[in-house]
Design a protein. Structure first.
Lengths: 224, 294
């Protein structure tokens, strides 16, 4: 479950300055296994809201519950362990440039101390699913933007997260790859993963109907 | 986190500058360590030699003593013979006294008719300094001087104590500088791998996982540098040992093998100590830096 209750987020240019409210009084709830589109114009606060969900930001006030854990009161260790249960597809991919496609995708499993045999099977399978089974040893700078995005997606889902957060995951994909990605995401969702996808692609939203969270100017204007 | 270079630390913590700086620190530490051990050893040796000797001068040795029944020299000898802790009192022969005075008075100094005191050497094995002995001898032979080596031993102890303190201070300063060097290198590595660490942190890496990776790499480089620096110090220590040989007594012809055993046993401590400094400093530096991440 993901639950926000009157959550405010403020960005400060410098510590001690008043700052600017990016999110204002956000409240919503997504049950376990739910799927939500997150929509809204550019600059509305979609990425900021996702950052709160994957614990990359702390709210100025309000309550956030992620997978049954109250985010405000957890230790750094608990936060790290919670992050391992959240798969994130970043808008800018955030791949490690010095690692191969295989090692980038294997990273979450290695952090979770999974065995190399299991890692090899799962990573190979997920790279085959995203159509990059022949690019195992390629580094990110040797791949196209679309291929890098698919590696980022593979990394987000390889450890079978309980919560999947995707920020414009189809932004660099052609229509066929976008369809393929949505098949993967909906399959994960059917297996019980809670999914939140931020997108501008309204055609995709129409093709895969699901409840929507809509943000405008930092405020939630549609929920469900 | 798996034991592989996922963070790219082989590039971020390069294997040249840090080992070379630590090698220089270890070189200085080896000299400081040798200085500490050498001053301790010399202090013990000199104190043993100095504190165990007594030199007694008896003016007008052949004049009668206070009672008039014997000579002053004879009563002093008798008193020394019966004093607990004083052993082997021996009056310096005329030939020895002559040899002692020749540099100042020329040959046959004792034939010049000067009134020379009798000189008695003895060993002192009593506890502490023989302070009461001078008073006792002056009662029976006024003007008798007692020169106790213990006084010099105390001065030698003070001197060597200050030398040891200086050498220990050098070791402490070298350790602090080494820690600072590791901290700067770790911070440079963190700055260079900032994005990578942020990504790995976001994927759920524990602070300890990341700090362990940095600490392992830093410790490896520090130990390499410490071994290089310690080995480089050996020829210099051998040379210094050869220079100090006349003060430390006879030893072998090969200066390297004549280095004292405690030094040989202590030198491996330098890489071990450097490893400890490298590990702890890197852990503290990285964990503090990670506190800046959410």
């Amino acid at each position: 479950m993901v639950r926000f209750e009157d959550v405010w987020l403020k960005y400060r240019n410098r510590p001690g300055t008043p700052g600017r409210d990016v999110l204002r009084g956000i409240s919503f709830e997504i049950p376990d296994g739910g799927f939500r589109w997150l929509t809204g114009p550019s600059g509305a606060g979609k990425t900021s809201l996702l950052k709160l969900i994957y614990l990359a930001e702390h709210p100025a006030r309000g309550l956030i519950d992620i997978l049954g854990t109250r985010a405000a009161n957890i230790s750094r260790r608990e936060a790290a362990l919670l992050r391992r249960r959240i798969g994130v597809v970043y808008q800018d991919f955030r791949l490690l440039p010095q690692l191969s496609a295989y090692d980038n995708v294997a990273l979450p499993m290695r952090l979770a101390h999974r065995g190399e045999a299991q890692i090899a099977a799962d990573v190979t399978e997920i790279l085959r699913w995203v159509g990059l089974e022949d690019k195992l040893h390629a580094r990110p700078d040797e791949l196209s933007g679309g291929a890098q995005q698919r590696i980022a997606i593979a990394r987000a889902v390889v450890a079978r997260p309980k919560l999947l957060v995707a920020d414009e995951p189809t932004g660099n994909l052609d229509d066929e790859q976008a369809q393929r990605l949505m098949l993967l995401i909906t399959a994960l969702n059917r297996l019980g993963t809670t999914v939140i996808v931020a997108t501008h692609n309204m055609a995709l939203v129409e093709r895969y109907p699901a409840p929507k969270l809509r943000i405008e100017a930092g405020k939630m204007v549609q929920h469900g | 986190m798996a034991k592989r270079d996922d963070l790219g630390l082989r590039e971020a913590l390069a294997d040249r500058l840090l080992p070379m700086l630590v090698a220089a620190m270890s070189f200085l530490a080896a000299l400081g360590l040798a200085g500490t051990l050498a001053s301790a050893s010399l202090a013990a040796s000199w104190q043993n030699q100095a504190s165990g000797t007594l030199t007694i001068q008896v003016p007008q040795p052949n004049d009668p003593d206070i009672s008039g029944k014997s000579t002053r020299l004879a009563v002093v000898q008798a008193a020394l013979g019966s004093t607990p802790g004083v052993t082997n009192p021996q009056v310096m022969s005329e030939a020895d006294e002559n040899a002692l005075l020749t540099p100042w008075l020329g040959e046959n100094a004792t034939q010049l008719g000067l009134q020379m005191p009798a000189v008695i050497s003895a060993s002192w094995a009593g506890p502490g300094a023989p302070d009461a002995l001078s008073g006792a001898l002056n009662k029976i032979a006024p003007g008798t001087l007692v020169d106790a080596g213990a006084i010099w031993a105390a001065r030698v102890a003070a001197l060597t104590g200050s030398l040891q303190t200086c050498a220990a201070a050098v070791l402490v300063i070298v350790a602090l500088v080494a820690a600072a060097v590791v901290a700067v290198a770790a911070r440079a590595g963190l700055a260079q791998r900032r994005d990578t660490i942020a990504i790995v942190h976001g994927l759920g890496a524990l602070d300890g996982d990341i700090a362990d990776r940095f600490a392992s790499r830093a410790t490896l480089l520090v130990v390499m540098g410490a071994i290089i620096g310690t080995i480089a110090a050996l020829p210099v220590l051998a040379w210094l040992s050869a220079l100090a040989a006349p003060f430390a007594g006879p030893n072998g012809n090969n200066a390297l093998f004549s280095l004292p055993l405690p030094l040989w046993l202590s030198l491996p401590i330098l890489p071990l100590g450097a490893a400890g400094i490298g590990w702890v400093t890197a852990q503290i530096t990285v964990r503090r830096w990670l506190r800046g991440l959410p």
